[in-house]
Design a protein around this ligand. Sequence first.
Ligand code: SF4
Ligand code: SF4
Length: 225
Amino acid sequence: MVNDSELKEFEGIKNVKIVDGKKVFNCTMCGKCCYFREDKNITKEDEQKYYDYMYSKYGILYLAPLSDITINVWPEEAEKLRRIAIEKGVDVKLRPKRAVYDEKNNELIILDYFIDHDVCPFFDKKKRTCGVYDDRPLICRAFPLLSTKTTGNCEYKLFDTNEYAEEQTEAKKLEKMVDFQKKIIQEMITSEKIKIPDSIDSSMMEHIIKDAKIKELRIMYDALK
Ligand code: SF4
Ligand code: SF4
């Protein structure tokens, strides 16, 4: 509980509000989190190490360099955003982010997408608000949290992740999605529904992109029920 003198201390500070006597995050609507592609200080070597780890541990392939990737959009969210973009006349590019390649059925199974723009095309620069607020992706709902314990690059963020009441609920959903996705992939491998090659080099990747059937892994509603 925040006491009276502490309450006074937060008066006028835009990024804090008090709800039921507790200090919680109050987004200032600066909109900076809807501008992407800040410099990601990752070396090529570390990037490759990360790809190798994700492939050997989970069979997950990255289809875009980490420096390009912006906010994560699950396939169900991508479908909704594409529909809204058509309705609103917004040009949105949703690029596949990660996938699993199943050599048994020659299928590239897309796990998620990202918004491939420097500034999210749904961001209203004049009003500095989200143009798809009620339908914004889970990751936007959780932000500045990236998980229940980590925060992203928000200038106005609070440092105690417990002070994010609403965002914690969304961050828990994000974690559920990630865990559920890994579990489903493992189950598909173990039950031999799919077969993941031991390794994939660049020429094999070119072949896959050209010839494989494209599918999506849609698990959002099962993961979050
Ligand atoms: S979450 Fe942070 S960066 Fe994003 S609009 Fe709110 S205050 Fe700005
Ligand atoms: S969907 Fe909305 S909140 Fe998310 S990045 Fe785009 S404008 Fe910002």
